[in-house]
Design a binder for this molecule. Structure first.
Ligand SMILES: Nc1ncnc2c1ncn2[C@@H]1O[C@H](COP(=O)(O)OP(=O)(O)O)[C@@H](O)[C@H]1O
Ligand SMILES: [Mg+2]
Length: 254
């Protein structure tokens, strides 16, 4: 039973100093298997730094990160990626001069964990559970299009799909809907729900847009000055006066 109740990702008292700047100030955070959590907070509060510590791109000054019951602090980004944590814009990336289908096939082949990398978007046999997620994502409509020709929102879906088909168990998405229309944003929300519900993937997502957070319906972690200020569901967080102040402070011109 302890396996099921232990946090999937466990960030403990992590401090990250850049010279005189303390970007993370003893932050602790947990996420369960198949859970989606949003991180919000003003610019410069340490959100991206937290992701880089989890992914191994930064070695924390102190504190610990464990994943699936094992300490990963200090491991290389490649090793952490192999353990099943995928940060968007890390690996693999989109090949612009290949089609959507080819990009997905290459990512799956590179991961080389599957019997049938080919034809998923065309309805081929699917032993992995990816087929339904891809079909729901609208990527199937763009299967033969070059990645360079994709609308912005579809390209973002492809980037997330490439992380998923390499068997990532935890996705780290840093502002995945930046610059998107509402319709494109909704598609990302559905894709995240799809990978959670159909594949059991956990997703930690940094997001500015509170309507995205509401639609996702997940727990929200509010960061301030390198630490967790509050955690709760959307309703509790959006009604919290201190958070509203902090958040409004973020959008007001300085
Ligand atoms: N590589 C770096 N070198 C020095 N300072 C950094 C570096 N990366 C981030 N910082 C600083 O750490 C703080 C947190 O940055 P960041 O994690 O990017 O914030 P957020 O993603 O919440 O906007 C900021 O003050 C930023 O200037
Ligand atoms: Mg950032």
């Amino acid at each position: 039973m302890t396996m099921d109740t232990a946090p999937f990702l466990n960030v403990r008292d992590v401090v990250m100093d850049f010279g005189g700047i303390r970007a993370l100030d003893g932050i602790s955070l947990e996420i369960s298997r198949s859970e989606v959590k949003c991180i919000i907070g003003p610019n410069g509060c340490g959100k991206s730094t937290l992701f880089k510590v989890i992914s191994g791109d930064l070695n924390p000054t102190s504190g610990q990160v464990s994943f699936a019951g094992e300490t990963i602090t200090g491991l290389s980004p490649q090793k952490i990626c192999h353990r099943g944590i995928a940060r968007k814009f890390q690996v693999p990336s989109v090949f612009d001069d290949l089609t959507v289908t080819e990009n997905i096939e290459i990512a799956m082949t590179a991961a080389s964990k599957h019997y049938t990398p080919f034809g998923l978007l065309r309805g081929g046999p699917d032993r992995s559970g990816y087929g339904a997620v891809l079909a729901e994502s609208r990527l199937s409509e763009f299967g033969d299009k070059l990645a360079s020709e994709l609308p912005h929102g579809i390209r973002q879906q492809l980037e997330i799909a490439l992380l998923v088909v390499t068997d990532a168990q935890l996705l780290l998405l840093d502002e995945p809907t930046a610059g998107m229309t509402e319709e494109e944003t909704d598609a990302i929300v559905n894709l995240i729900k799809g990978v959670r519900d159909r594949l059991g993937v956990a997703v930690l997502v940094i997001e500015h847009d509170m309507s995205f957070v509401r639609k996702l319906g997940s727990k929200v972690v509010v960061m301030m000055k390198g630490a967790v200020l509050r955690e709760g569901d959307y309703a509790a967080i959006s009604e919290d006066a201190e958070i509203r102040r902090a958040y409004l402070g973020d959008v007001e011109p300085c």
